[in-house]
Design a protein around this ligand. Structure first.
Ligand code: ZN
Length: 368
């Protein structure tokens, strides 16, 4: 290790931990810089003016699921909510508050909200599916439908303003599958990509209850996904796509605002949502421990990165600092108790994220 044919992006997974951490922080810095530059800012403004439907996505913490990339949507348009296995319960106090607040902010601005409730699976090998659901596709699908029922309870059943849509994500080809309540599906992996002009009619047939302007705003995601699937297939055909790498994560991210992590199988993202926060942290630690035990990553260390976003300076930023420190300490304790061997190799960084600028600001290590 590392074999010569590995690309630079692959080689980093075998580098010493200090080098890997620097690489990750550099990735965050570059992402922030691109995000707040005039080009990306204008692209987002134009996109939102043309497609006013706000889109939120509930998804698994698995790093392979990057819907912006898979739908060729500018960064910052899709609002992600991530947790282990895409497991959510809208009765969780913090999640319910954040999601409701987000929806209300959008609705007050006159926008409809499309909520993508996603689960993921692999066509080629069930073991590449969702570890959070023990690779059981049916169970993760059932869970998505249960969340949909909760969203309907919260935001009403006619879905004219807030529309919950159950979506599968097939990770081998990074293809979306849309589900209707009748059991019908639209599987973009099976769609003849060159006939994307028929998509509009197919979408209308699949989701006749979705408001037409919202369908018009969902369409670019589907067209983007078709183009992306074609690229993924081309890469696979050229031997540039390695599916066998199931897990090689060496980072546990705790909190929100990790959309700079465009690299699959790098990080496990734990949202701050579940009242039993220790459970997803233990699951993530378990995955990292087995990655080390089985030689998929170097065993010299892993990173625990706690980060909390803030929108306003002053009190809100100060509170984000406290939250980030609390979550980092909490996770470190959980890992030390459950995986003491792994805890010895823990490297910690704690940060707040200036949300508008996507600027990650590392907090100094507190003096004891
Ligand atoms: Zn998963």
């Amino acid at each position: 290790m590392p074999p010569n044919h590995l690309s630079a992006a692959d080689a980093i997974h075998h580098a010493p931990i200090a080098e890997r951490i620097n690489w990750l922080l550099e990735l965050a810095r570059r992402h922030g810089e691109a995000f707040r530059g005039p080009d990306a800012w204008l692209a987002r403004q134009r996109y939102q003016a043309r497609h006013p439907t706000a889109i939120a996505a509930l998804k698994c913490m698995d790093g392979r699921i990057n819907l912006s990339v898979a739908t060729q949507t500018p960064a910052g348009i899709l609002m992600p909510f991530r947790n282990l296995g895409g497991m959510f319960n809208l009765g969780w106090p913090h999640l319910g508050e954040i999601l409701t607040q987000h929806v209300m902010d959008m609705v007050r601005a006159g926008r409809r909200v499309l909520v993508l409730i996603t689960y993921h699976w692999s066509r080629g090998d069930p073991q590449r599916g969702c570890a959070g659901f023990h690779y059981n596709r049916a169970a993760s699908q059932d869970h998505a439908w249960a969340i949909r029922a909760q969203l309907s309870h919260l935001f009403g059943h006619d879905h004219a303003t807030v529309y919950p849509l159950v979506c599968g994500f097939e990770t081998d080809q990074e293809a979306l599958v849309l589900h209707s309540t009748t059991g019908a599906t639209l599987d973009l992996a099976e769609h003849p990509g060159h006939q994307s002009e028929t998509l509009e009619a197919e979408l209308a047939a699949l989701l006749p209850d979705m408001p037409a302007p919202m369908r018009a705003d969902l369409l670019p995601l589907l067209r983007g996904n078709l183009a992306h699937i074609a690229e993924v297939r081309a890469r696979a055909a050229a031997g540039q796509r390695e599916l066998a790498i199931e897990h090689r994560e060496w980072v546990i991210c705790l909190g929100r605002g990790f959309d700079f992590l465009h690299t699959p199988n790098l990080a496990l993202i734990v949202g701050p949502y579940s009242p039993d926060l220790a459970h997803p942290i233990r699951t993530a630690a378990h995955i990292i421990q087995s990655n080390m035990d089985q030689g998929r990553i170097p065993d010299d260390g892993f990173l625990l990165l706690a980060s909390v976003p803030y929108e306003q300076l002053g009190v809100e930023r100060a509170r984000a600092e406290l939250k980030a420190r609390f979550m980092g300490d909490f996770a470190a304790d959980v890992i030390a108790q459950a995986y003491p061997r792994l805890a010895e190799r823990m490297h910690r960084r704690t940060a707040v994220l200036d949300w508008q600028a996507r600027r990650l600001e590392l907090l100094p290590t507190p003096v004891a």
